[in-house]
Structure formats: C-alpha cells, structure tokens
Design a protein around this ligand. Structure first.
Ligand code: TYD
Length: 213
C-alpha cells in the first residue's frame, strides 16, 4: 500500500476529534496501519514548541516560525517515515491552520507563509517540485457563532480559544481561501449538523475519493 496523508482542519469548536478517531478505526478495519498525530506537536521537540506557541504571548512572525519549526521536525521524524512505510497518517491540523490562524486570524503576510511552506515541506525524495502536501484535507466548516456557543464553558481556553468571535471569522475566511485555492485537496464538511450527519459526510466524501471502501 502507498502512504496516505490526511489532515483535519477547522476553527476551534468545529468538532474534529471524534471523526479523526472514527476514521482511524475505519482505516484499521480495512487493513491499514494508521499513525494518529497532531500539529503543532507530534514529536518531543514539537510538543515543547506547541506549549510555547499556545500559551506565551508573542508576535505573529515568531508564532508562525514556531509553527513551521515544529512542522519541520514532525515531518522529518514522523510523517515522512510513516508515509515511506505505506502507513496512513491522520494529522489533526497542518499548514492550512497556519494560513488560517497566523495569516487570517492574526493578519500575517501570506506571501511569507507561502515561502516558509515551500522551505519546510520540501522533501528531496519526492518528484519535482518536491513539496509534501496532504493527499486530502478534511475541512470541518462551522459558522464562528456556532463554534463560540460550543466552546463557551467547555474547558479552560488556550491562547487561541480565548480570542473573540471576530478573530474566528478571519480564521474561517482564511480556511475558505485555502480551500478555494486547492479544491482537489479539500473535502469540505458542513459541521453545523449532528455528529452522525457530519461523520456520514466525512465517510461519503472519502469513499468518493477512494480513501474508504
Ligand atoms: P487544537 O488542534 O484545537 O487542539 P486541542 O483540541 O487540543 O485544543 O489546538 C491547536 C491550536 O493551535 C488551535 O487553536 C489552532 C492553533 N494553531 C495555529 O494557530 N497555527 C498552526 O499552524 C496550528 C497547527 C495550530
């Protein structure tokens, strides 16, 4: 089997987690080896960078550099070796989150993020242009007002979760822009419906792409 790289995106409160677990179970039932991981994080170094990026105040460039530094370590240590073995890698957030949060949310320069994306995701083993991108990105698209209701009182918020709704409006617009730029990669799932209906949308979208039987 060849490797499969699936990422999961959406604003905080969009409800990715249960569906990532359900997809892992479905792929394992189909005989695949699954690596479950997340960003920022996924290696000891990247988890340290995550703790800094999610809890310490810093300017948007510093934040973007930490996200991409964590990503580089994660890509080299975990994602590339797993794909080379033929595993399915399910990653909770990836570079689209940097474009949505640091780019959209914090207003950081998208061209600079694009340059960092090319540096960090360059993998010599790949055919030109040698850029690692997810095979599929499942985007849980939820109106920010609904996400705010879901998050209210859910748990102690981190630096991003405590942002006002206007921030998440910009993050959501950032995701929409990324999806529009690469519609073949993005599977948009309307997330303002029951958990069962969301899972059915995820599963049917992935069946249509040949990822699930
Ligand atoms: P999240 O994935 O929602 O994890 P949890 O469910 O444990 O809260 O949290 C990660 C946070 O990091 C989320 O608010 C988005 C933010 N983030 C960025 O700002 N930029 C990035 O590049 C990534 C990967 C995440």
């Amino acid at each position: 089997m060849s490797g499969l790289f699936i990422t999961f995106e959406g604003i905080d409160g969009a409800g990715k987690s249960t569906h990532i677990d359900a997809l892992a179970a479905a792929l394992r039932a189909g005989g695949r080896t699954v690596v479950l991981t997340r960003e920022p994080g996924g290696t000891p170094l990247a988890e340290k960078l995550r703790a800094l990026a999610l809890n310490e105040p810093m300017d948007a460039l510093t934040e973007a550099l930490l996200m991409f530094a964590a990503r580089r370590d994660h890509l080299l240590q975990v994602i590339e070796p797993a794909l080379a073995r033929g595993d399915a890698v399910l990653c909770d957030r990836f570079t689209d989150a940097t474009f949505a949060y640091q780019g959209g949310g914090r207003g950081f320069d998208l061209a600079v993020l694009g340059t960092l994306e090319r540096w960090v995701q360059s993998v010599p083993a790949l055919p030109p242009p040698g850029l690692r991108q997810p095979d599929v990105t499942v985007w849980f698209d939820l109106p920010p007002a609904v996400a705010a209701q879901r998050l209210a009182g859910a748990r102690v918020p981190d630096k991003f979760e405590s942002q006002p709704q206007a921030f998440f409006e910009r993050v959501a617009a950032g995701y929409a822009q990324r999806a529009q730029a690469d519609p073949a990669r993005f599977l948009r799932v309307p997330a303002d419906q029951s958990r069962e209906a969301v899972w059915e949308a995820v599963a049917s979208g992935l069946r249509a792409r040949g990822v699930l039987a």
